[in-house]
Design a binder for this molecule. Structure first.
Ligand SMILES: [Zn+2]
Length: 284
């Protein structure tokens, strides 16, 4: 069953755990994520950015996720990751997504706030959740410079105003994580996270760039109120590396399904680990 993301986050808030939000672009990445959730009785968020939705098939994605989730008896939220404008968010509402993100972090604050608020109004009218973003979450290649760049991190007072004025259900913040592979170990600004949580009256907070954050930092972030952690790089990397190494070691193997299944198993193991780390196993 597809459910609005805020319903899953509400339970996560009560139970003080976080839910993995996993990017997928085809059936080979969708299945292992759902299988991991099923095996561990865990809530799960499937998410896709515009390019992933387009690759999967705009007219197919919602139907496939819903059919498989129903067949497996799972509770899943389907979320637009890094939506770029109002139109994209509305298209996803029409497609049957149960949550959308608007990433206006590149825009001036007032513009980000205005567009996010408009999307929240439209989405909430049909019971769909919205994730906003405040502060700039870097690519890992930029993150090496991030430590002293305080102004790129989320301002807690600004986050409080943004949350109140927009009515978002969840907020992605910049506290030192980045997308892609980290060049060096990320240092999370936990004081900033704690302040954001206090000032937003415990709004569910989202951490992007989940791949490669030290486990102790993940646990501490969850204890301080992170309720959704995004995983994308690990899914693609595990699939590709497993596929590549098996093919290299078995050059005569042309069984596409055989190799794909081995790669899918590896992705499933990775998601099982994420679910356990975030503490949402056994929560459905
Ligand atoms: Zn992201």
């Amino acid at each position: 069953m597809l459910v609005p993301m805020h319903e899953l986050l509400k339970d996560a808030e009560k139970g003080k755990y976080a839910i993995p939000a996993c990017n997928f672009c085809n059936l080979e990445t969708m299945y292992p994520i759902l299988e991991a959730a099923k095996e561990l009785h865990a809530p799960i968020i499937l998410q896709a950015a515009a390019s992933e939705i387009y690759y999967f098939g705009e007219d197919l994605m919602t139907g496939c996720v819903k059919a498989v989730a129903d067949r497996m008896g799972l509770t899943v939220a389907l979320h637009l990751d890094h939506g770029r404008d109002y139109e994209e968010a509305i298209k996803c509402l029409r497609r049957g997504f149960t949550s959308v993100m608007f990433d206006g972090s590149e825009l001036p604050y007032e513009k980000n706030l205005a567009i996010t608020r408009n999307i929240v109004q439209a989405a909430h009218a049909v019971g769909i959740s919205v994730e906003g973003e405040l502060g700039k979450i870097m690519g890992a290649e930029d993150a090496a410079f991030l430590e002293s760049e305080e102004d790129e991190l989320t301002d807690p007072e600004g986050a409080a105003v943004f949350a109140r004025e927009t009515g978002v259900d969840a907020l992605a913040i910049a506290i030192g994580t980045a997308h892609g592979f980290y060049k060096k170990e990320p240092k999370l600004d936990f004081d900033r996270l704690q302040k954001v949580r206090e000032l937003t009256h415990h709004l569910p907070i989202v951490l992007h760039g989940g791949t490669g954050i030290p486990e102790e930092s993940v646990k501490k972030a969850v204890a301080l109120g992170i309720r959704k952690i995004n995983f994308s790089t690990i899914i693609r990397a595990d699939f590709i590396e497993t596929f590549r190494s098996f093919s290299t070691e078995n050059p005569e193997e042309y069984g596409l399904m055989t190799i794909s299944q081995i790669a899918m198993r590896k992705v499933k193991e990775a998601i099982v680990h994420c679910i356990e780390l975030l503490g949402c196993n056994g929560k459905t």
